[in-house]
Design a protein around this ligand. Sequence first.
Ligand code: 13P
Length: 260
Amino acid sequence: MRKKIIAGNWKMNLNYAEALSLVDTIVDQMEDDGLAEVVLAPPFIYLRDIVSRVQGSTRLSIAAQNCSQFKNGAHTGEVSSSMLSSVGVECVIVGHSERRAEQNESNEILKLKIDRILEQFLIPVFCCGETAEERKNGSHSEIINRQLEQSLFHLNEAQLLSCVIAYEPVWAIGTGKNASIDQIQEMHSLIRKQINHHYKNNIGENISIIYGGSVSVSNAEEIFSAPDVDGALIGGASLKAADFTLILKMMEKMLSSRMV
Ligand code: 13P
């Protein structure tokens, strides 16, 4: 079975005390033997302390929200994948639409970032998604294909298998307007098919594809019912411990019902 993942992207929110309190509450409310993996992506400056806070939790890992495309050197303000690895970070979100838009991150730059992340044996959570305009003019599938081809499909089979893909339609992020269940299923299935088209052995069936874009306690259960959805990348609702852990419980309930 593919890994099921509930991930929280805290973006540029919370001060230090709030960040520690959020992680402590989430850890307290999580059951030890849950079936889904949990990933939290706090801002860089809190990573080291939060990593030490969750040590001992077997199914909670900490992600960075970005890393540099360079290995090291004169890149003021940047953080390298080896630095992240050295403080115990295990995953890195890469290609978030906010960074694509605000920092002009191209598919080519993201390809380099993926390479840096994999060199350190970290797990990339690769975000792809179309804008409202691209959805309106019907080019959404083409856009996703291009994002996958130009940033991921240079990887060998084993490398691709260590990635997680997040489908995040830009128009659904932070808007309270999630993509419909049919749109989500269609795009997740398309991503899997594209992977299977480029690689042998149907490896697309083994890669976790999670959905992001206005996931909340009121829509998570329905979203998780789609066969190609392996979890969620949550923004706003991940800042409230009660909402985040409730969404996690919804995924776990669904997983245990599938096992009986
Ligand atoms: P929201 O859940 O706030 O829409 O954000 C989604 C997101 O961008 C996660 O990376």
